[in-house]
Ligand binder design. Structure first.
Ligand code: HEC
Ligand SMILES: [Cu+2]
Length: 313
């Protein structure tokens, strides 16, 4: 492999790692070619038009359109090619994640908090099984952070006010760096962590050994009653509110005639900004819970609603 010849090069361990490396090498090569050409012309003109050389310096009146059009078209095609190449890889990396196994990551100044569905939580560390696509649902509690795992050739901003989800897969067990790649305050440089990729059996043992307090869905259920959601959404309530059983993954008809798929983002928005998307044939009476629930509570509510049955997990 060509990469074995490059010193200090750590091969990526994700499915797209190789392609990202190739693209990087391609960009480097294209830049080197352009730079080489520039320096070659610079040197050439320095010699050719030096003061002592009696070459014709008469200003030509007519311009050569062939050169003009030629180099413009060539660089256009060249850079468009790079764009198409990069875009292909981009779509491959940020495809819609499969919903096999998901974890929640809440970023805040200056740490990463990870929540597993079983209730296990960890700070500045993320344990995942090897060779399995993991869906990471991320939220920020304060400012913009960026979730960056160099070994997986993967980076994604974590913007406050919405969920972002990406899929990560690692082919080789081991410990890998996790960085925040968006300047987020004085201790930004300390906002690091590690991704621990484990064999399936080790991962199962690790999960069991963490002694979770209780599964997220169960805590979400308790919150659901505490916050008074069940007063409207529960059975036998006096307010007419849509039942949440089987909501997850289903298309929801909205009052304006359109449909949305009920994913984590939709459920989140339904809780924080109920007025933004009103379910068809219901009155907009649900109060906003913006500022009343923390990110940690919110994700428990979302997991609870997911657990009420749906099309996938
Ligand atoms: C005052 C009654 C009331 C309370 C309290 C209430 N809701 Fe609602 N909720 C509604 C109504 C009515 C709708 C449908 C209209 C709309 O979309 O705003 C709704 C819609 C929703 C939806 C979208 C449902 C769908 O079918 O698409 C979700 C999710 C939801 N609520 C979750 C919650 C959660 C979680 C809480 C507690 C934190 C809560 N609600 C508290 C009345 C309420
Ligand atoms: Cu940060």
């Amino acid at each position: 492999m060509w990469r074995d010849w490059v010193p200090f090069w750590h091969p990526g361990v994700s499915p797209h790692g190789e392609e990202v490396d190739l693209l990087f090498a391609g960009l480097l090569l294209a830049s080197a070619l352009v730079l080489g050409l520039l320096f070659f012309l610079l040197a050439l003109f320095c010699v050719r038009y030096r003061a002592s050389n009696t070459i014709d310096r008469g200003h030509r009146v007519r311009k050569s359109w062939h050169w003009e059009v030629g180099w413009t078209a060539a660089s256009f095609v060249g850079f468009l090619g790079l764009f198409v190449w990069g875009a292909g890889i981009y779509f491959q990396i940020y495809q819609t994640p499969s919903d096999e196994l998901s974890v929640f990551v809440v970023a805040r100044q200056w740490m990463w908090k990870v929540q597993h569905n079983g209730g296990q939580s960890e700070i500045n560390a993320l344990h995942i099984p090897v060779d399995r696509p993991i869906r990471v649902v991320m939220a920020s509690q304060d400012v913009i952070h960026s979730f960056f795992i160099p070994a997986l050739r993967l980076k994604h901003d974590v913007v406050p006010g919405r969920y972002q989800d990406i899929e990560i897969t690692a082919h080789v067990p081991g410990h890998y760096h996790l960085f925040c790649a968006e300047y987020c305050g004085t201790e930004h440089s300390g906002m690091t962590g590690e991704i621990v990729v484990m064999e399936a059996a080790d991962y199962a043992a690790w999960l069991a050994q963490q002694m979770p307090s209780s599964p997220l869905a169960q805590e979400g259920g308790a919150l659901f009653r505490e916050l008074g959601c069940s007063g409207c959404h529960g059975h036998g309530s006096k307010v007419r509110a849509p039942p949440l059983e089987g909501l997850y993954g289903r298309p929801v008809p909205l009052a304006d005639g359109s449909f949305v798929t009920a994913d984590e983002k939709y459920i989140r928005d339904s809780i924080l900004l109920p007025r933004s998307q009103i379910v068809a044939s219901y009155e907009p009476v649900m109060p906003s819970f913006e500022g009343k629930v923390s990110e940690d509570q919110l994700l428990r509510l979302v997991v609870y609603i997911k657990s009420l049955g749906g099309h996938s997990s």
